[in-house]
Write a protein of this length. Structure first.
Lengths: 190, 159, 662
């Protein structure tokens, strides 16, 4: 038998294809690396709930602490909703900032006590200060799942029509507040 | 292997005080058929705070609550698809471990079979290489040569 | 030994690797024997230096020298010796050091035992090994140095993650790396052959043993990891399609393809450029597997920052190694002589189809693993790809492959007679039908029963067909016992190896199908004295007590299980809390019969009630997974011991090998 001698141009194409695929993959990896370095957490998702009405919730209050938190409390003016828990270490780090926001008393700040013993929540607030207007208990994550929460703390900005306009994952830093959240609140008020 | 997933589960266990281990007896539905459906649904849902774990096997608290919610929806009469849609409405496609077939996942779902087809074509072309050379008619000299060669090899094989 | 000596040796190894990388290469181009001869001693010196570094780090771990940062972060005086040693590679820096150490040993092996190799091929292959070594050494020295010191010296170490303090996981990484690094030899030979512009049967004979060894180690390595996940993580599952698992499985798939295509090059000098490509791809995927998990690209654990310089370094290394070799391939491959011709019905075609399915399967797993990244890069949104996807797509690709595995080995080279082959497999087909019937009769007629039985029938097909092929070769039923023995012992070891590995695959499929279809699970709370029935086992909870281990405290439950009034066996699952770091682990208790496992996990109990959450699983055919993997690994080693591999290939390309005829 003779050796096949024809060299179709497709041979060259198949020889080049692998390197092209690899270059594309390298580009994808490079983009990912840059994203990760820019602080994007691969596990973090953009909320699909942005620009949709807040979910229906009707959470009971902490014992002896005013009313709970329901959907109608999130309508009529721009509000902040913060998901926290006494077990949440990261929540402590944003707490001073929340206290400052509360002291300024310019925007209602509501809390959802997520998966927490009511007494533990109250003790934690007594020790660290209580910045919240209304607090609802969410022992079984019903509200947390409805809000698409993936961890604590998370903070939502809700406009006066009761539509979610922003979601912040993780503790809010001073920079986050002055550069992103406060201007957004200002803008939504107009 | 699963080290990293396990490690992250451990991290979460520390983060989210109480630990449980996958499906707990008190979560389970009394009706075995409904419970079975809940298990099947849970195996398609990603634990959103974990690595690549389903909520069915995760020991994160949020996964536990999502399992509970799945069972509530199943009890309320939702179809499997409705329960999945309910979760997607809140967490997006991210929560599905079996991505839906959409424009974004065409490549994912059909890529492998397209590749198999393409590879099959290349293989077929490669195997059929001889036809490229044999289709050309042989010159009389070549014919004579072939004849001589085959005769030669025949005698050798006979020996 | 002083850690500084190790550090110094490691730093010295880098320039040596650079010399090994470039001097022989220049020598090969200029046909300068003296320059080429540098390769051998350089490789041996490299082994010596990296060996010294590895020994120094191991010594630091054994002696609990916490002035070394790496030891401080990953060890503890109270840890058993085995885990002090395995702690060396139980962390990022140390595992990289193990990686280059194995690379250096393999390079030295080529230098020492490769006397029969053509000089230029050997010089070039060692040069490529030197480049890989240099890349890794630079990565270690500049971003992941295991010899950094802490000052002042801490009194105690932070300890090793208890999940890693386990015999299965102690040997899992070395096995994996032996596999990955073994593929680096195939890669180096491939690049050397491209530089040479020549691929022949002799080349394939040099590459095959390395590939076989690498494949066997990787098979066992993946098996160990799976086994560990099965008994340690307490889910009763053995494969999760986790990115980290996939990272080792993808090179296994392409490595398996390489193993088979190299046979075609060896016997028929066909599929040359494809085999070269597979060798490059397999090692590239090994690199990808080694790195994906370290770079923070894929499995960045929630709330942990990874070192960005590492990620960049990794990507540059990958781009150079893979991009460089594939560019060379794009230039040189079209110039390789096309190989021998064969008919669509031939052994070659069978092996080519094997490669098609394996390569597609590898591409599929890669696609699924990377798709979330790709989708994000293309701004298609955030999505997840998990086990349900892989199971759906992977199984249809494997079924035809396994069907083919039964037929392929019986096909003759060049041109074969399919009708004749199928005729010889009639007996096997009858066996398949019988097995399918028995499986259905024993299980039931639900969809899941039919699927499980079909999986078992598929395994039976492969099993019987492989036996038929082997029986035909040794004329099992046609010779006298003495004659038979002569035939069995004169059959090449490679043939025996293939049969064992294929039978192992059949056994593995029984495990996969059976455990997926018929796993049973019982989750409940139990108090002392209560009994639960799982798949015919009466499992009684006798109580739980607090016990103290060498570096942990544990709640240990005692269960006794009987079946059909037989003798009771005792199972003692534990829930451990380790001292340092403080961490909880689950130790499942497993009672193994030949066919199945009874698997019990002890959970937390409602406080102060004396009751515990108990998970009792019946895991049918799971032991078959481990039998199958061991058989496959063993088959690889038997094949490796073939005389042809031991005496080395002749320098000249052998003429087209005749099919083996009796």
């Amino acid at each position: 038998m003779s050796e096949g001698t024809s060299k179709p141009s497709s041979g060259r194409l198949t020889a080049i294809a692998p390197i092209i695929i690899v270059l594309l993959l390298v580009a994808v990896f490079a983009k990912r690396l840059i994203d990760v370095q820019d602080g994007l957490d691969p596990n973090q998702v953009k909320s699909v709930l942005l620009d949709t009405p807040v979910p229906d919730i009707d959470l009971p209050p902490l014992p002896e602490r005013g009313p709970g938190l329901a959907t109608e409390n999130l309508k009529g003016e721009v509000t902040l909703v913060n998901i926290w828990g006494s077990w949440c270490v990261a929540c402590l780090s944003e707490h001073p900032l929340l206290m400052e926001v509360a002291a300024e008393n310019t925007i209602p700040l509501h809390g959802i006590a997520w998966r927490d013993e009511p007494q533990a929540s109250l003790r934690w607030l007594a020790r660290n200060g209580d910045p919240f207007d209304l607090i609802g208990q969410d022992p079984f994550s019903e509200a947390a799942i409805a809000f698409g929460v993936t961890g604590a703390p998370e903070t939502f900005v809700v406009d006066s029509a009761g539509v979610i306009r922003y979601k912040h994952v993780g503790p809010i830093t001073m920079t986050d507040w002055t550069e992103t959240i406060a201007p957004l609140v200002e803008q939504l008020r107009q | 292997m699963k080290i990293y997933a396990a490690l992250s589960a451990v991290t979460l266990a520390v983060l989210v005080a109480t630990t449980s281990y996958a499906v707990e007896p008190d979560e389970m539905l009394a009706d075995p058929a409904l419970e079975e459906r809940a298990r099947i649904i849970s195996q398609d849902l990603k634990c959103v705070v974990c690595q690549n774990e389903t909520i069915d096997e995760s020991n994160a608290s949020l996964a536990q609550d999502m399992r509970r919610l799945v069972r509530q929806r199943v009890l309320a009469g939702d179809s499997n698809q409705a329960v999945l849609d309910y979760m997607v409405d809140r967490y997006g496609d991210f929560v599905l471990l079996r991505p839906r077939v959409t424009g974004q996942t065409v490549l994912l779902w059909f890529g492998p079979f397209a590749l198999l087809l393409l590879g099959g074509l290349i293989v077929a072309r490669y195997i059929r290489r001889p036809s490229i050379t044999t289709v050309q008619a042989l010159t009389p000299e070549e014919l004579a040569e072939v004849e001589a060669l085959t005769k030669d090899s025949n005698t050798r094989n006979d020996s | 030994m002083n850690p500084e000596i190790g550090h110094y040796a490691l730093a010295l190894a880098l320039p040596v690797a650079l010399v090994q990388a470039f001097v022989p290469l220049i020598g090969a181009t200029r046909r300068d024997a003296a320059l080429m001869a540098v390769a051998g001693p350089a490789a041996l010196l490299q082994m010596l230096l990296i060996g010294t570094a590895f020994a120094a780090l191991t010594q630091a771990f054994i002696a609990s020298d916490f002035s070394v940062m790496n030891v401080y972060q990953n060890s503890h005086t109270a840890k058993p010796l085995l885990y002090k040693i395995s702690g060396v590679w139980g962390n990022h820096e140390g595992s990289l050091l193990l990686w280059v150490a194995i690379l250096a040993v393999f390079g030295a092996a080529v230098a020492a035992f490769g006397a029969a190799l053509p000089d230029r091929l050997k010089a070039r292959a060692l040069a490529v090994q030197g480049m890989i070594g240099a890349g890794f050494l630079a990565f270690i020295l500049f971003t992941s140095n295991p010899f950094l010191r802490v000052d002042p010296t801490p009194a105690q170490g932070l300890g090793l993650n208890p999940l890693l303090q386990d015999p299965g996981l102690a040997f899992h990484p070395p096995m994996l790396y032996l596999g990955y690094v073994g593929f680096s030899m195939a890669f180096s030979f491939a690049v050397a052959a491209l530089l040479e512009g020549r691929v022949d049967a002799a080349w394939a004979r040099w590459v095959r043993p390395w590939t076989l060894a690498a494949w066997s180690f990787l098979t066992v390595g993946i098996g160990l990891g799976s086994w560990w996940a099965y008994y340690e993580l307490g889910w009763g599952g053995w494969w999760f399609w986790d990115p980290v698992e996939n990272a080792s499985f993808i090179p296994w798939l392409t490595g398996t393809a390489l193993l088979h295509s190299a046979i075609v090059v060896e016997k028929r000098e066909a599929l040359k450029s494809w085999t070269i490509l597979l060798a490059i791809i397999t090692f590239s995927l090994s690199l990808l597997g080694t790195f994906l998990v370290r770079s923070g690209i894929l499995t960045s654990v929630h709330a942990f920052a990874s070192d960005p310089t590492r990620g960049v370094f990794v990507l540059v290394l990958l781009a150079i190694a893979v991009g460089g070799s594939l560019t060379l391939y794009a230039i040189k491959a079209p110039k390789l002589e096309p190989g021998g011709l064969f008919s669509p019905l031939s052994r070659e075609s069978g092996l080519l189809l094997n490669n098609l399915f394996l390569a597609t399967a590898a591409a599929t797993v890669l696609l699924g693993t990377l798709y979330p990244l790709i989708a994000e890069a293309l701004e298609l949104g955030t999505l997840s790809v998990g086990a349900p996807y892989f199971n759906t797509v992977f199984v249809p690709l494997m079924v035809p492959l396994v069907l083919l595995m039964g037929i392929g080995p019986m096909m003759a080279w060049k041109r074969s007679d399919l009708a004749g082959v199928l005729g010889r497999l009639k007996g096997a087909l009858v066996g398949v039908v019988v097995v399918f019937g028995i499986a259905l009769a024993l299980s039931g007629v639900d969809i899941i029963d039919i699927a499980g039985s079909a999986g078992i029938a598929l395994a039976a097909w492969l099993f019987f067909a492989s036996l038929t092929e082997w029986a035909g070769r040794v004329r099992l039923f046609k010779s006298s016992p003495a004659d038979l023995w002569k035939r069995v012992s004169s059959l090449p070891r490679a043939s025996h190896g293939m049969t064992i590995a294929h039978l192992g695959m059949a056994v593995l499929i029984v495990g996969v199908s059976g455990s997926s279809a018929w796993k049973q699970e019982n989750i409940l709370t139990m108090g002392a004295g209560e009994t639960v029935t799982v798949a015919g086992f009466d499992v009684t909870f006798d109580g739980a007590e607090l016990i103290r281990g060498p570096n942990y405290e544990s709640v240990q439950g005692t269960f006794s299980a009987t079946r059909g009034g037989g003798k009771a066996v005792t199972l003692k699952p534990e829930r451990r809390v380790y001292d340092q770091p403080v961490q909880q682990t689950t130790e499942a208790a497993i009672h193994t019969t030949f066919w199945a496992d009874l698997y019990i996990v002890l959970g937390d109990g409602p406080a102060d009630t004396g009751r515990y959450v108990v998970r009792a699983y019946f895991e049918p055919f799971v032991p078959f997974l481990w039998y199958g993997i061991l058989m496959m690994g063993f088959g690889g080693l038997v094949s490796l011991s073939d005389r042809r591999h031991r005496i080395g290939a002749p320098r000249k390309a052998a003429a087209i090998a005749e099919p083996i005829k009796a």
